[in-house]
Write a new protein. Structure first.
Length: 260
């Protein structure tokens, strides 16, 4: 039944089909069709507008019009259908962007050793432990196959440079999610994490942040997303210094700090 409500509208004159809006919609309501973003079903769009901030051309707006009511059951079924095991991991996302292509990565220590300069080859090779692509939160759909039953490693992007042992100590065996709590959309993150927690049976969360104040927002967003869930996911927070040391480790929501 149609009702007067808020919903996303896409101005085709401005939309260039870049697809940046697609992964930001936790309900999977957006898709690139014939080179333009489309709302594929009114019932999938909640009208909140988490996708708006992702569009570099301001082609997305919230309007009020007659539309099918937002239906969480339809969303649930849609997301389940989108995450069928038969879907290959290297299927490109709707945007067709190479950086948004979901894939499982095969580790090859010999290839890692042979890459780079002679100077780097003379040193003991360190293999990447990354098992999937992409890693940027804004490029990962909440139903990505590698999120199923995963242990999450949520990394504030500066920590990937500051912590020299990130791969050896933390990446192995975890699904890596990279983002910036200061520069990215906090509300969109909360919504995205809530969708991930709802659909993927996440086993644990490890959040790695810098000692700078702006980084503290990342675990807060994750905790806020957990509030809507029915079960508590174990969540560990690690704080990294500018010089690359581990300053603190604690359980999220606890004031008890474990100094490394």
């Amino acid at each position: 039944m149609k009702q007067l409500r808020k919903i996303i509208e896409i101005d085709e004159e401005y939309c260039d089909g870049c697809g940046r809006c697609v992964p930001s919609c936790a309900e999977g309501a957006l898709k690139i069709v014939d080179g333009k973003a489309r709302v594929i079903a009114d019932a999938l769009c909640d009208g909140i507008g988490a996708c708006i901030g992702e569009c570099p051309r301001n082609a997305l707006n919230i309007v009020e019009r007659e539309a099918e009511a937002f239906d969480e059951a339809v969303v649930e079924q849609h997301l389940q259908n989108s995450a069928q095991p038969a879907t290959p991991l290297d299927t490109p996302l709707a945007c067709g962007c190479p950086s948004g292509q979901i894939m499982a990565l095969k580790k090859n220590r010999e290839a890692a050793a042979s890459a780079g300069t002679q100077e780097s080859m003379d040193r003991q090779p360190v293999a990447s432990e990354l098992a999937h692509w992409p890693v940027q939160i804004r490029l990962i759909p909440p139903h990505a196959p590698f999120l199923k039953n995963a242990d999450l490693l949520v990394v504030a992007d500066c920590t990937a440079i500051a912590l020299p042992t990130l791969h050896q100590d933390l990446v192995k065996g975890r699904a890596v999610l990279l983002g910036c709590p200061k520069l990215d959309d906090a509300a969109a993150y909360v919504k995205w994490f809530a969708a991930v927690f709802t659909h993927n049976n996440i086993r644990s969360i490890t959040t790695v942040i810098m000692e700078v104040p702006c980084c503290s927002g990342m675990p807060q967003m994750i905790e806020k997303a957990q509030q809507a869930g029915t079960s508590r996911i174990p969540h560990r927070v690690m704080v990294i210094s500018r010089s690359g040391g581990i300053l603190e480790q604690r359980d999220a929501g606890s004031n008890a700090l474990h100094v490394a």
